[in-house]
Design a protein around this ligand. Structure first.
Ligand code: ZN
Length: 100
């Protein structure tokens, strides 16, 4: 994977500036079709829920959008989460150092 690959993207309206995730084809706010894609690379973990099969986290990216998705352990509330592509889907992981 290169740094130019966009794993996850939101959209920003050229007309009114409305930002949305998941990306939209038409602005939910003003109806404009002129939307720019904004890559989402990282955010802060706000909530973490462990299911029987995986951990789901809620992440707020720097622009304020909230993105819910699967995460690799270890990841906890307050961590900086980084997006990566795992088995064809986006996954959050943390680069915060952990004591063993
Ligand atoms: Zn708009």
């Amino acid at each position: 994977m290169t740094s130019t690959d966009v794993v996850l993207a939101a959209t920003k309206c050229r007309s009114c500036g409305d930002r949305r995730f998941p990306a939209k084809a038409v602005c939910s706010n003003c109806g404009s079709g002129q939307l720019d894609q904004i890559p989402i690379t990282h955010g802060t973990v706000d909530a973490s829920t462990r299911t029987t099969t995986e951990t789901i986290v809620e992440v707020t990216e720097p622009g304020g959008l909230r993105i819910v998705g699967p995460a690799t352990e270890p990841i906890v509330v307050g961590d900086t989460a980084v997006v990566s592509l795992v088995d064809g889907r986006f996954t959050w992981h943390t680069e915060t150092p952990r004591e063993p």
